[in-house]
Design a protein around this ligand. Structure first.
Ligand SMILES: Nc1ncnc2c1ncn2[C@@H]1O[C@H](COP(=O)(O)OP(=O)(O)OP(=O)(O)O)[C@@H](O)[C@H]1O
Ligand SMILES: [Mg+2]
Length: 452
């Protein structure tokens, strides 16, 4: 479906001439002879771009602009203006016009402006869609979570994704660093360009260099043909260097050069190649400690780490456990053609109390095995690995000695409620009190407010 451009001008020759040119450029067009017609046309909701003259009788181009800005803020408007009225056009830009062009109209220039405006609109729409997806935890980002920590990570992703800044993603193994990298690429202007991942630890040192930079034919024994490296393949897009802490000094120097000069040579090659890549990297090591030890270059670190996104371990964002567990449970149930309704109270509490040293990866594996093992429709403690059963039996909630009884009760109630996703009937059942008593205690301890 081609994009539709509305051309509003009171001079028939001008609007026809512009329309014809834009149709040759592959756009659909529609025409309006005055401001009223233009507004009616935008209200039909089919227009992707408005090109309008300023002076068109009673309802002017300015009125059209105000209508569009007020009702369809993402619909771009380009203003056509005579020589004497450039000031008015500048005022229109202040009021939200995308750009203006003076008459007599240079059609090629207008087409270029139109293309830019439409590209920008498409990108804004795409970002909006992705943002909604990422916030509701849907596909493209596949990051699930609702803890304050994960929300602030979403926020940071949204801010830095459109830039070219190097992002270093840090965090323990299995916390979801790769998903963050995916989201950064998907939300960037490079989303439709290549996204190339290199697992630096998986490659032998000698191979890593040619993998990253490519090699020429005969560069080393076994190099029967020339080969493009990942920096070349990622041109225009994003390169994800996973486990960046594992690379040796000589490769570090070469990566630094690409980041500084945007150029490199293939192994065994003399030609200098240019590349435009956004580099995202990840590590579960403490790079500052590696710098102190002398095994990681400080200058490279600062280039990679223009922005840091630190993904906290699951045990520090327990609010995400129930929602992740349920999502994985449903995913694996579907994969295995089983109908599983959820967890019983003990299993739920055990999941919540466990420390998850392997983070979300461990939780995911745990849900897969539970789905496979269970013979009922509800996951029970017996379906979970022994490590988790221990955590349930040992109580899970840690209270320091010397705590007041009411303070302890508040913690017990609050944690039990959280472990049960705010389900009050289940919480009351587990605690062995009536729902009424629970409600009273929630009010007494001020726990009600953060729940709703
Ligand atoms: N917030 C999340 N929502 C849904 N799935 C997640 C989330 N975080 C991680 N996962 C899943 O957990 C697994 C591990 O995540 P990922 O590979 O991104 O971790 P990592 O931090 O890169 O780990 P490592 O350091 O071991 O490479 C993946 O299957 C991923 O899809
Ligand atoms: Mg990873």
């Amino acid at each position: 479906m081609s994009l539709k451009i509305l051309i509003a001008d009171d001079e028939p020759n001008i609007r026809a001439g512009i329309a014809e040119y834009l149709r040759m450029e592959g756009y659909d067009t529609c025409l309006a002879a005055d401001g009223n017609e233009a507004i009616a046309e935008t209200d039909r909701g089919e227009v992707d771009l408005v090109i309008t003259d300023l002076k068109m009788g009673k309802i002017s181009g300015m009125d059209v602009l105000r209508h569009v800005v007020g009702h369809y803020p993402s619909l771009p408007v380009i203003i056509l203006t005579g020589h004497g009225t450039v000031e008015d056009a500048v005022a229109a830009m202040r009021d939200g016009a995308y750009d203006f062009i003076t008459k007599p109209v240079n059609l090629a220039h207008l087409a270029l402006l139109a293309k830019r405006a439409l590209d920008r609109r498409a990108l804004a729409q795409r970002n909006q869609e992705l943002l909604q997806e990422i916030e509701t935890g849907k596909k493209t980002s596949s990051i699930i979570g609702r803890s304050a920590a994960i929300k602030s990570i979403f926020e940071r992703i949204r801010k830095v994704a459109p830039t070219k800044a190097g992002v270093l993603i840090t965090g323990e193994s299995g916390v979801g660093k790769e998903l963050v990298a995916d989201a950064l690429h998907n939300l960037s202007e490079r989303a439709d360009k290549p996204f190339i991942k290199v697992h630096c630890a998986a490659l032998a040192e000698s191979l890593l260099e040619s993998e990253l930079f490519g090699h020429e034919k005969g560069a080393f024994t076994g190099a029967a043909n020339a080969k493009k490296g990942r920096f070349e393949m990622a041109n225009g897009g994003t390169l994800f260097l996973d486990e960046i802490g594992e690379i040796n000094q000589s490769v570090q120097v070469k990566i630094l050069r690409v980041l500084q000069e945007h150029s490199f040579e293939r192994v065994g090659g003399e030609r200098t190649l240019e590349t435009d890549v956004r580099v995202i990297s990840a590590t579960n090591r403490d790079l500052l400690a590696e710098i102190k030890k002398g095994s990681f270059r400080e200058d490279l670190f600062y280039r990679l780490n223009v922005v840091n996104i630190d993904v906290p371990p699951l045990r520090e964002r327990k609010d995400d456990i129930p929602i992740l567990a349920s999502a994985f449970l449903q995913e694996f149930a579907a994969d295995n053609n089983k109908r599983i309704d959820g967890f019983d109270a003990k299993a739920r509490t055990a999941l919540y109390n466990y420390g998850w040293p392997g983070n979300i990866r461990e939780l995911r594996n745990c849900m897969e095995s539970a789905v496979v093992l269970t013979s009922g429709n509800i996951i029970t403690l017996d379906d979970l690995p022994p490590a988790l059963r221990g955590s349930e039996e040992s109580g899970g909630i840690r209270l320091s000695l010397g705590i007041r009884l009411d303070a302890a009760e508040r913690i017990i109630i609050g944690d039990t409620l959280a472990a049960n996703e705010g389900n009050k009937s289940r919480t009351a059942e587990i605690l062995g009190i009536s729902r009424k008593t629970l409600y009273q205690k929630l009010r007494d301890y001020g726990l009600e407010a953060d729940e709703e």
